[in-house]
Design a protein around this ligand. Structure first.
Ligand code: GCW
Length: 677
């Protein structure tokens, strides 16, 4: 039995659908009413917790919960307990009158809100309220979304329409979306939002933007979300009328202090500044022969103990002489211990740039005297953008679980600080441009809350709340999601290849590109393919990037014969005839991986067809069309890549292999002037 197919839906409700329960699950929940606020009723966060409980119960029951007569659901929001901000308990107790009582208790009101959302999650998944027992606390203090949204409504690397932030009409108009956005974030524990692109417009530091920022911060405060902005390092010149932005110049220091003062006057809990400096053409302290630490510390002094400077480690010079993946470590490692206490270094998961697979960044664990957070990319810039199914939890788990060799996993290194995800939201009705990309927003938040959660559990939660809790459906869909990340690696850049995408739009394959001014922007810089072999030698005989890792970790990647071949060509340049662990030649193995990726997408598309009975028509068709695009993309990546490698090595395809559909010149000539940037 497929269960009821829900009515037509557009995805706007995200995982907060609260679809009606049926049968015994509904009957059990019907016993629990009313919602009672025991403490903190005047608190805005408690108010929204109460509201959300009522909304959720109404959805799950299919009617407004009774106002008396049942086992109450009680919000007790300053229970005197101590612990991390946001921790909560949810448990059913037996009362003297024989009735149960379901209590959500926490030391602070935001904890209570998180508890309410956690309870609703359990109930949405069909859990018997009488057996709910949760005691949770966030694993890390900062759980942030970074938006690469511009004031004109465009979104850098955004594939879901325009920006969700309507700066033009703020502060007078606050779109209801801003509240639904806050609800979605609070439901997964996100507690910080950077509202603008790291390639930052100085507009955000003007008087005109203050009331706009204030309106958003006020709207999000009840949801436990603090607002941050990205700042442009040269803003003192552009909007401050100064002649310099030198971080040691007294007038520059004074200007930033004054800006911070205005921000705190309007927004007392303003989070702080995110900074991309001396990276990809952005201004920074090095323009004045100052270090990253001097630049960051000057801004940190302006904020004082009220807020935080989050300084990005994503830097690489344009010389191309040093292997690009080594540059962040070389610049930042010597600055360990030099940053002010309210500075955090934000490090991307890998040393290159959000590729389908990268080894973890060597800075994790290597700067013990520096607060460090992880930056992940939820928007799929390099992973097919907003098409098909690519579930990213396995990618992030791989990094979080990696032992750094410095006595801690990546998760343990960042837990005292936090995690930021580059948001994938936009003005599209479904928020993320593709139904399944909602899962990535969800998974990011859940992992920041608890990196110990498994990709499987997160997928189950998301599927159950977002689509259907039917066990057959969940059992079939979750494994598809779990294998989808390896599929994209396989059809795009198998065996440790990276950065093989088209210039600018970063969408399709272009391994042949070799003539861009900046050598490290060229795919050929990374594949190093020629008639003899392929791959980037990062061992001692090559760039020696391996030496940036702890010895135990470097050792695990040093020998191509024993290492995990998923990273093979990231670290080694090998002949096409090299014998891989499967016994196949490197060439044959490469082709079999491309094929495996294409086959995986085909099978996802096929399986989705069989799931039609469980899914509303609108979202069924939406996902089916998206998978049709992904099938095309997978073939395009495979065929164009193989055509190019063959033009170099002139090797025949293994017997029975399908040749590329078109000639290499066909793929080379494709242009996409209309692609989103
Ligand atoms: O991944 C690259 C993107 C740029 C981005 C940059 C960064 C915001 O292609 O669009 O700029 O990384 O992370 O700063």
């Amino acid at each position: 039995m497929a269960g009821h197919a829900a009515t037509a839906e557009d995805g706007y409700a995200l995982w907060l659908r609260y679809a009606p329960l049926t049968g015994s699950a509904k009957e059990r929940l019907d016993q629990f009413n009313p919602v009672v606020v025991q403490t903190g009723e005047a608190d805005p966060s408690v108010k929204v917790a109460e509201e959300e409980l009522r909304r959720g119960l109404t959805g799950l029951l299919g009617h407004v919960p009774a106002s008396s007569g049942g086992s109450p659901i009680v919000l007790a929001c300053n229970d005197g307990s101590s612990g991390a901000r946001g921790h909560f308990n949810v448990a059913a107790h037996q009362q003297a009158n024989g009735r149960s009582l379901l209590a959500i208790s926490a030391a602070d009101s935001v904890g209570c809100l998180y508890g309410a959302f956690a309870l609703l999650r359990e109930l949405s998944l069909g859990r018997d309220p009488a057996t709910v027992e949760l005691a949770q606390a966030p694993a890390m203090p900062l759980r942030m979304l970074d938006h690469w949204d511009n004031p004109d409504g465009t979104v850098e690397r955004g594939y879901a329409g325009r920006s969700i932030f309507d700066w033009w009409h703020l502060p007078e108009e606050l779109s209801p979306r801003m509240i639904d956005y806050a609800r979605a974030n609070a439901s997964i524990g996100i507690n910080g939002v950077v509202v603008n692109n790291v390639n930052a417009s100085p507009l955000f530091l003007t008087e005109r933007y203050l009331p706009k920022l204030k309106r958003l911060a006020d709207a999000w405060r009840p949801y436990g979300i603090r607002l941050y902005i990205s700042v442009r390092f040269s803003a003192p010149i552009e909007v401050g009328g100064l002649k310099t932005a030198d971080p040691l110049a007294p007038q520059v220091k004074a200007w930033w202090k004054a800006q911070a003062g205005k921000l705190y006057q309007a927004i007392p809990d303003f989070g702080g500044f995110l900074v991309k400096a001396n990276s990809e053409g952005q201004p920074g302290p090095q323009d004045y022969h100052r270090t990253h630490a001097q630049g960051a510390n000057m801004l940190a002094a302006a904020l004082g103990n009220r807020g935080t400077v989050i300084w990005r480690a994503f830097v690489y010079a344009s010389s191309g002489e040093t292997d690009r993946v080594k540059q962040a470590y070389e610049e930042f490692k010597p600055l360990d211990g030099k940053f002010a206490p309210n500075v955090i270094l934000q490090v991307k998961n890998g040393p290159l740039d959000f590729q389908p697979r990268e080894p973890f960044h060597p800075l994790f664990g290597a700067m013990p005297h520096t607060r460090m957070m992880l930056e992940a990319q939820i928007t799929r810039e390099y992973l097919g953008q907003a098409t098909g199914i690519v579930y990213l939890a396995p990618l992030w788990k791989e990094v979080l679980d990696a032992p750094t060799g410095h006595g801690a996993t990546v998760a343990q290194v960042i837990e005292p600080t936090g995690m930021a995800g580059v948001a994938n939201t936009g003005s599209d009705r479904d928020w993320t441009g593709d139904q399944f990309d909602q899962a990535n927003w969800y998974a990011f938040g859940r992992l920041a809350w608890s990196p110990a959660l498994s990709s499987d559990q997160i997928a189950r939660e998301w599927v159950g709340q977002t689509f259907s809790r039917n066990p057959n459906f969940v059992r079939q869909l979750v494994p598809m999601m779990l294998s989808s990340r390896q599929a994209v690696v396989d059809y795009m850049t198998p065996l440790g290849l990276a950065h093989q995408m088209g210039t600018g739009h970063h969408y399709g394959p272009a391994p042949w590109v070799c003539t861009l001014d900046r050598p490290e922007w060229n795919p050929c810089y990374y594949n190093r393919a020629d008639a003899e072999g392929i791959g980037f030698d990062r061992t001692r005989s090559g760039s020696d990037a391996l030496a940036q890792y702890a010895p135990s970790v470097a050792a695990q990647w040093a020998d191509p014969r024993t290492m995990d071949e998923n990273d093979l060509l990231w670290f080694h340049h090998l002949p096409w005839s090299y014998r891989t662990q499967s016994g196949k030649s490197l060439w044959d193995e490469l082709i079999s991986r491309y094929d495996r990726g294409v086959a995986a997408v085909d099978s996802m598309a096929r399986e989705w067809q069989t799931l039609q009975p469980y899914v509303d028509h609108e979202r069924f068709v939406d996902v089916a069309s998206s998978l049709a695009i992904q099938r095309k993309e997978a073939r395009w990546w495979r065929d164009a890549s193989i055509a190019y490698w063959q033009s170099l090595n002139h090797l025949p395809l293994p017997a029975g292999e399908r040749p590329p559909e078109h000639s290499l010149s066909y793929y080379e000539a494709l242009e996409f002037p209309d692609a989103p940037g």
